[in-house]
Design a protein around this ligand. Structure first.
Ligand SMILES: C[S@@+](CC[C@H](N)C(=O)[O-])C[C@H]1O[C@@H](n2cnc3c(N)ncnc32)[C@H](O)[C@@H]1O
Length: 273
């Protein structure tokens, strides 16, 4: 069976079984967030992580990227470390660990004080199958834009003061964004649509990753799509998507979220500029 028949659909099922129907290398990019330990009670999921990771490796194209957004539960006073174990497993099966990024929450849930600092971030592991094929970097303004560094003296770690041999250029207006990304969680109107799902990630997070690691017309897979955030944003950015979700209830939320989008025609790289 070819992947074409699943394009721009939310498929109800176990992602392991559904992905087996896809041909090898059919997917340009995966953006997903798995169930975190037993932190939340999703509707009766099964989660054979290692089999799912191997299947993801099979369906992703050479040069494709997988963004895995994950956090750990704290059990009996210790963080489980599941996120790291998963990251190392992805490496074992052939992915490169391209970047360990941080999803910092501007409005983290306050926690009961248990002799530790409030948890306010999750990991966003970026894996690549071989060399990353697409990177459209997000840019930010430089704090010291335009500053002339001419003639500045500086000290490095040698004992003596040193003069720059070459004149430095003025500081650029913009630079590539760093790998800690901050978002407000659950408050924006576009995120409110996901109400009814216990753990959606922000649309803005999906937008930033999909823009960064794919091009228009590409096929984006979310194998555990929950409320359909990845799918909705992918389509808004002129990409195609496939969403898989095991819970019927969450599938309905996802389908409702994408119902206002024009989905009939799968987009190709040449049909969109
Ligand atoms: C952290 S949530 C994803 C939330 C999603 N990123 C969003 O924005 O709504 C993880 C989802 O994985 C689903 N799930 C768990 N095991 C699954 C499986 N084997 N196949 C498909 N979906 C699964 C759960 O029902 C849950 O909705």
């Amino acid at each position: 069976m070819a992947v074409a028949e699943f394009i721009n659909k939310i498929l109800r099922g176990d992602c392991l079984e559904v992905m087996k129907k896809f041909e090898k290398g059919a997917i340009d990019m995966v953006l997903t967030s798995p169930p975190y330990d037993n932190l939340r009670n999703y509707k009766g999921y099964v989660f054979p992580f290692e089999d799912i990771a191997r299947e993801i490796y099979r369906v992703v194209k050479d040069g494709g990227v997988v963004v895995w957004v994950v956090g750990d539960a704290t059990i009996d006073g210790s963080e489980t470390g599941t996120s790291f174990k998963q990251a190392l497993f992805f490496k074992e099966i052939g992915f490169k660990l391209h970047d360990t990024m941080i999803f910092k929450k501007k409005n983290p849930i306050p926690q009961i004080y248990r002799r530790r600092y409030n948890n306010e971030f999750e990991y966003m592991f970026v894996f690549s199958k071989g060399q990353v094929a697409t990177h459209n970097p997000l840019m930010v303004d430089c704090l010291h834009a335009g500053l002339e560094l001419n003639g500045t003296t500086y000290k490095n770690y040698s004992k003596h003061e040193q003069k720059r041999a070459k004149m430095a250029k003025p500081v650029k207006d913009q630079k590539i964004k760093g790998n800690i990304w901050e978002y407000v969680v659950g408050k924006k109107l576009e995120d409110q649509e996901a109400k009814g799902h216990p753990a959606p990630f922000p649309c803005e997070l999906a937008r930033d990753h999909i823009y960064s690691w794919s091009n228009k017309g590409n096929l984006i897979l979310d194998p555990m799509c929950g409320s359909g955030t990845t799918c909705k944003v992918a389509r808004q950015l002129d990409r195609n998507f496939i969403g898989i979700e095991i819970s019927q209830e969450y599938c309905e939320i996802a389908r409702k979220r994408i119902s206002c989008l024009q989905l009939e025609l799968p987009l190709s790289r040449t049909s969109v500029q």
